[in-house]
Design a protein around this ligand. Structure first.
Ligand code: FDA
Length: 306
């Protein structure tokens, strides 16, 4: 039953009309729990609050799969503005971006130009930009574009690898040779069993393998999960292998396991929160519901009270 609900939510995440409606009506149905606000200034306030709690941030200007070059350019403008605002406010945040938001499905050149504008701004402020990983259909193209950018910008740019994909172990070995900064996640999209582990226990097991592989090789690793058991296992691994605190960070999503976020920070670990903001919150929100269908009860409650 839970799997059916999960699949339905991931299917709904791709619905263009629902996305348009959501954009028009503003943050609703409890989306405020996962999204910091609709404007950059609201997002900056959230960063300031989190920074005060000793939590670092990666900002995400929400959006994916744009349909025109103009939309892609506006998204890039928003990312550049976010990096400028981070520098102006002196807050501790970097930026996460999605290539489909920057026109990847329309034209590779358009996308590269947009990414380069963002990376130029990041470099100017000695900041960092991470390319999120989207669905499997974009995986190879994302890795190829990342490698091209890494050659030019070095570790101003990082990437995400998903443990549900069979190919990720090989990708990490290959990317490790370039000493890249990777965020490792389990994976949030609906994928076929021909490309991704269908059983969660296998995804979890591969997650541990991938993080250990990248950490052991001495490359910077963002351990992005809310999974208690895995976090404990990683803490032991890090201590046993004497991995320095500045070689990794824990990452979690805004609004999820907030106590755990603070606990890790108080233990002296580097903890970074992924803070999404903007009008285009619908698909992101649907994926958060799909990860934990119990969240749907929370949506229903917020509908009753609105
Ligand atoms: P798991 O799903 O096993 O959850 C462990 C526990 O965490 C649950 O028992 C629950 O307590 C809590 N939890 C998890 N999700 C929750 C939710 N939605 N609501 C409430 N509680 C929840 N994916 C991707 O494909 N590409 C990407 O670029 C990114 N980027 C990214 C950045 C960061 C910082 C994080 C933390 C995650 C991502 N993800 C992602 C999402 C990732 O792939 C994955 O879907 C979620 O992190 C959920 O998996 P967990 O590792 O938390 O484990």
């Amino acid at each position: 039953m839970e799997q059916v609900m999960r699949n339905a939510l991931l299917y709904m995440a791709k619905n263009r009309q629902a996305n348009e409606l959501a954009r028009r009506y503003g943050l609703r149905f409890g989306a405020q729990r996962f999204v910091a606000g609709q404007t950059l200034s609201e997002a900056i306030k959230s960063v300031q609050t989190l920074n005060k709690q000793n939590l670092l941030v990666t900002l995400d200007h929400l959006g994916e799969s744009v349909f025109t070059a103009e939309e892609a350019e506006l998204s890039a403008d928003a990312c550049v503005s976010a990096l400028t605002a981070i520098a102006e406010h002196g807050i501790r945040s970097n930026l996460s971006i999605k290539l489909t938001q920057l026109g990847m499905d329309l034209s590779r050149d358009l996308c590269v130009n947009n990414v380069r504008r963002i990376l130029d701004e990041a470099k100017k402020h000695r900041n960092f930009v991470r390319i999120d990983m989207e669905d499997y259909a974009h995986n190879e193209a994302t890795i190829a574009l990342f490698k091209e950018m890494h050659e030019i910008y070095g570790n101003t740019v990082g990437l995400v690898i998903q443990s549900y994909l069979y190919k990720s172990k090989e990708d990490i070995t290959h990317l490790g040779a370039l000493d890249v900064n990777l965020r490792i996640v389990k994976g949030a999209y609906k994928e076929e069993a021909s490309v991704a582990y269908p059983v969660k226990a296998d995804v979890d097991k591969n997650y541990v393998t991938l993080v250990q592989q990248h950490l052991s090789a001495g490359h910077y690793t963002a351990i992005a999960t809310h999974d208690d058991a895995i976090i404990d296992q990683m803490k032991h691994f890090i201590s046993e292998h004497h991995i320095a605190n500045d070689r990794f960070e824990f990452q979690m999503l805004y609004g999820i396991r907030t106590q755990l976020q603070q606990q890790l920070a108080s233990e002296g670990y580097r903890v970074r929160i992924y803070v999404p903001y903007g009008d285009d919150w619908y698909a992101y929100f649907m994926r958060r519901l799909a990860e934990r269908p119990a969240n749907v009860a929370f949506v229903v409650k917020s509908m009753v009270h609105s």
